[in-house]
Every structure is written in structure tokens, then in C-alpha cells.
Design a protein around this ligand. Structure first.
Ligand SMILES: C[S@@+](CC[C@H](N)C(=O)[O-])C[C@H]1O[C@@H](n2cnc3c(N)ncnc32)[C@H](O)[C@@H]1O
Length: 256
């Protein structure tokens, strides 16, 4: 594992308690915390492409699963078996707790998305949400996603939109180049030992990386954040430019 991987992993172990508390911040004691699946009808981005013939009974893996919300939500929809992979042991601990709260079957495995501890051709469906932007060798992560999917398997892949990351909403100017952004270091908390390193890759680079790994990209969604999707602009405190740019980019691709 490279130095950068290791420092990102340590950062995620440090940040995990606080990050997972955010997921649970609106949950009353007698409620289950949210576990949204990328295969739910109300997944971000509006109507989802008709590429997958349902998730029920499909072998599913989530890459960079964090607190397991996507894996647990997808297990609730009937995917079987369900495996979540993350390199942070602390995040995985939360994922296992969430699985037990929901009472679904899901296995959570510690591993790096660039070197998955999983066999070839094992899964019908894979997804990854907000994780690959932290991976320096994204081509290896795409190759691994392809390796563990069977021929014709579906990969739903999403990261923060690079334009959203480059834009300063207050000044409406770009803080970094869209076409040539280098690695960006983010201080999550002053008291944390590590910085988080992310890569704001242009959409074309993500698309071409998937194609080079052997995927046929079937659909691309650029969607707003939930607040923007669910509210009228005048009901929000967000700067109005947030209504004019997507928050995330999501690919639906098929392994060839
Ligand atoms: C922003 S969280 C997203 C988690 C989850 N997908 C979600 O939507 O809440 C990013 C996750 O990616 C994981 N991650 C980052 N780089 C990774 C790598 N190279 N291999 C495995 N997991 C990684 C982190 O540990 C973290 O749990």
C-alpha cells in the first residue's frame, strides 16, 4: 500500500466516529438510521436507467462501503449475497453494526479497492459511491471492479462532480483548474494527524478510465445535491450557484 493510501486510511479511521454520527444525526432513538441503496427508485439523480433487471437475488459488492449504508440498503432490496469492502477498519465496524440493526445478511471485508480480496467473476452488480476520488491509481480500481464482475455485470460508479469541487460558491469562481487539477489536500480537523488527499478528475477522464478497463458506459447522470433536488431555491440557504451545477457524477456501465 502506498504512503498516500496509508495516510488516507488513517484519516478515515480518525474521522469515522464523526462521519457516521452525521449519517445518524436525524435519526430518533426508536428509528433505524438511513441506509439508501443506489438501486432504490428514489436514488439520487431522479429516474434511474433501465439497465439492470432488478437487484433482487443478484450477487452485489460495494467498493469503499464506509459505514455500509449502500450495502445494507441493497440487501434490504433483496440482493444476495452482499459484500462491502473498505480499507478502514473503523468504518467497517459501523457497517457491521448497521447490518445487525437492520437484521440483513451482508459481509464486510477489509481491503483496498485497487487490490480486492475477492475472486474473479464473482458478482452480478458492483457499486461505488464517493470513494474512488481518494484513490491515486484509479485505473487499478476500475480494473479490479471489472475483474470481480462477471461478463455483463453492472457497475454503478459515482464520485463528487469535479466542477462542484473546483467551484467556490461564494465568489462563483474556480479555485482550481477543471482540466488539470492535481491532488488536493483537505484538512478535515486541525487535531487530526492526517490530511485527506483527493483527485478531482474531469468527467472525460473517469469515462475513459472505465472504457479502458473494459466497461461499456451506458448512462451518465449528473445530479444536484439532495437539498437542491428536494427544495425550491428560495427555501435554502445554499448559494444560488448550487442550482446551476451538479454535485455528483454517476456512471452506469456494463462489464465486457
Ligand atoms: C466518503 S466515504 C463514502 C462511504 C460510502 N460509500 C458512503 O457513500 O457513505 C469514502 C470511503 O472510501 C473508503 N476508501 C477510500 N479509499 C479507499 C481504498 N483505496 N480502498 C478501500 N476503501 C477506500 C474510506 O475508508 C471511506 O469509508
Amino acid at each position: 500500500m502506498s504512503d498516500l493510501h496509508q495516510s488516507n486510511r488513517r484519516l478515515w479511521n480518525e474521522w469515522s466516529d464523526e462521519f457516521q454520527a452525521i449519517w445518524r444525526s436525524d435519526t430518533d432513538e426508536d428509528e433505524l438510521p438511513p441506509a439508501p441503496s443506489p438501486f432504490a427508485e428514489d436514488a439520487p439523480g431522479g429516474a434511474q436507467p433501465q439497465i439492470l433487471d432488478g437487484i433482487e437475488g443478484k450477487a452485489y459488492v460495494e467498493l469503499g462501503c464506509g459505514g455500509g449504508q449502500g450495502s445494507v440498503g441493497t440487501a434490504e432490496l433483496g440482493a444476495d449475497p452482499v459484500v462491502g469492502v473498505d480499507f478502514s477498519g473503523d468504518q467497517l465496524q459501523y457497517a457491521r453494526e448497521l447490518r445487525d440493526e437492520y437484521g440483513v445478511d451482508a459481509q464486510f471485508v477489509q481491503g483496498d479497492v485497487t487490490d480486492l480480496p475477492l475472486p474473479d467473476d464473482r458478482f452480478d452488480v458492483a457499486s461505488s459511491e464517493a470513494a474512488f476520488q481518494m484513490v491515486p491509481a484509479i485505473d487499478r480500481a476500475f480494473a479490479e471492479a471489472h475483474r470481480v464482475l462477471r461478463e455483463g455485470g453492472v457497475f454503478v460508479f459515482s464520485v463528487m462532480h469535479p466542477l462542484h469541487e473546483a467551484l467556490d460558491p461564494e465568489t462563483r469562481t474556480l479555485e482550481e483548474s477543471y482540466v488539470d487539477a492535481g491532488p488536493r489536500e483537505i484538512e478535515i480537523r486541525e487535531e487530526y494527524e492526517e490530511l485527506l488527499t483527493v483527485f478531482d478528475r474531469p468527467v472525460a477522464e473517469l469515462h475513459n478510465g472505465l472504457v479502458d478497463a473494459g466497461f461499456e458506459v451506458r448512462r451518465l447522470l449528473e445530479h444536484h445535491n439532495h437539498e437542491v433536488e428536494q427544495n425550491e431555491p428560495e427555501e435554502s440557504d445554499s448559494p444560488d450557484v448550487m442550482w446551476e451545477i451538479p454535485q455528483s457524477v454517476r456512471f452506469w456501465a456494463v462489464a465486457r
